[in-house]
Design a protein around this ligand. Sequence first.
Ligand code: PAF
Length: 273
Amino acid sequence: MNTISNIHTLKQELKSKSGSIGFVPTMGALHEGHISLIKQAREENDIVVVSIFVNPTQFLAGEDLDKYPSKMLADEKICDLAGVDFLFTPDINTMYTQDEVLIKAPILRSYTLEGERRPGHFDGVLQVVCKLFNIVNPTNAYFGKKDAQQLSLIKQMVENLYMDINIIECEIIREVDGLAMSSRNVYLSQDERLQSLQISKSLKIATKKIMSGINSCDEIIGYMENTLEGIEIEYIAIVNRQFEKIESIDLKNTIILVAVRIGNTRLIDNIWV
Ligand code: PAF
């Protein structure tokens, strides 16, 4: 594996190779969720590129930018073992200049749910992903369904800007007890970690109720609220794949999303039904 932090060097290296490029953009602190994306990219492409860049433009003031978990040496080892060809590790001055052309996320799909709580977050995500796509020029780019709204907006950006890139949607990877893998799980104390199990439990109950024939979204949300009792809920939402709120479940076109705060940690999860 070749670790590169310079854009020009990476571009030159990639230009000298032929074949498909699979790309996994990350902010580091890699876990099993990232590893499964990398493995899929490895299986489906000739060359695999992973980026590690904690992108400041997607963090709001007061969020965890300064304490975002970082473990570069371990991440490098993980990438190497997973068969990554190029690990791209730019610094902030490599990625950004003082006065930048900006990308604005579409209003309807980005200022609800995550975007309502974190205004401007998706502008920053799209800005950095657009830059990374232009640097790596991937054939296939891999994103987890856990960040469902991010995934949907990246797909829309690729469509709206006529980017010739396949966005591959990858399943959520969970701990054995159901908690969705996230770099932020390390913030949880033992008690909080136990409490966090209610999140995936609420989604399981929602699925069970849907399978038993209930299709009113309000009713499903009610069951989820009961399961999450005692936890600070930021939102529970049921939307279609275009992120429009719906009133009744439309099988194979529905996403149920939940965001909660446990202690100081904000956790999100979802299920696609
Ligand atoms: O999902 C993430 O880790 C980040 O939002 C991404 C896509 C790497 C952009 O910084």
